[in-house]
Design a protein around this ligand. Sequence first.
Ligand SMILES: [Fe+2]
Length: 457
Amino acid sequence: MSSRKKIKWGIALFLVVGLGIWISCRWSVWFGNPPEFPYETRPEPHRVLLTMGTNGPHSRIVTWQADTMAQEGKLMVYMLPEGSKEIAYYYEASCEVVETRGGKVAFYRAAFNLDDLRHSVNGYQFSVKTAGKESGIYKISLPDSKDATSFIFMGDVQDTARGLSHNLFKAIDRQHADADFWLFGGDLVERPIDGYWQVAFDDLDSIATRKPVLGISGNHEYLKGLVKQLDPRFGHVFGYYQNSKVGDNHVFSFAYGGARFFLLDSNTDAWNLPAQRSWLKEQLGACQEKWKIVVLHHPLYSNKGKHYNPMVKWAFADLVKTYGVDLVLQAHEHVYARWNDKDEQGNYMAPLYLSTYCSPKQYRLHFSVPEDRIGTNDRFYQRISFNADSLSIWTYTASDHKPYDHVCITKDAGGYRVADAMRGAPQKVEISNWFKLNKGRHLKEYEKEIEDWKNRQ
Ligand SMILES: [Fe+2]
């Protein structure tokens, strides 16, 4: 063999060995799943969730789980005054037994519409029943007649121990008691494991049964593998997906208070995305509501750089511009970033992109998209309100519940405008203790990037 050939073979061998080492180092990150140990589900109804229905803005779904086999399930809606057990309405529940890695569980789902209920001055309560075993009685918080609709949005939560976010959720609920619903932007649970679902329900506590709670899928609700698999519990907890799935895509669109929401499933396998793209295109094309809000877990423009999330970008990035989406809510990257593209005069163009998180895990800001406002070293949550004239986004820091960011979008004959109330305000760009402890090997690079960013300001 000539020496030239030997060099070529040597390089090839080096590349193959290098690739092999790299793949074996990354194998568990890409494909590994922590085990789900066997669990026993309780026989009585538990993990009861009130969520949005698929039949108009006032339709609701209640989901719960009980035991391991399909039995008769019922939803009862009672008229208030409190304590009254005069049954106003019965609804039969559908049931499906779901097999997970740690055991079997029966999920129940019952739908009703507030418009079909006899008017009750004081509102309604509900309970659910499976095989004669009844849950507690829960009061439903009804949207009151106010001039704006509001909801709470939260990126990744991913609590790993019981009740870590319980006090935080309670405080948000108290301060924003008039919010119509809560929406989670994926990775609500740490992993597709029964115990972590319990943690999420412990955190939600009474919010879960008082006002609609919605969620989109994130990568942490998926089992990793060459073919990814969404936790089979997910579409049963958030029961609206049962009537709304497109193939393997867990997508859902609903109208509420003059806005239409489009919930996407960005962690699905790439071969599912063309169908999801077609669905979004069709839904956006048919949208009659003034405000269009797209919600997906993976940012269309990653903070990590332009080569990230290419398939998600391919599937949706042009659609949100073509169809005049006003707001894109995103999560996953554990940094806070908000930005709009600008025209030649520097005017903000639709849509407004917002990436957020509400987890103690804090990743690195890469300053790779032209952000209008960024934040780190805290947890963040949003209160988003809209009426016929404007859509307003308040971001709060979870450490003190103080406003961190505020923008207001108006859209009328004069076009799309964004009033950026925080332009020029100091930004929290710090390296968190979590990052130092868990990602310390990148500390020097990160410090340098922050320094460069400060010099550019
Ligand atoms: Fe994520």
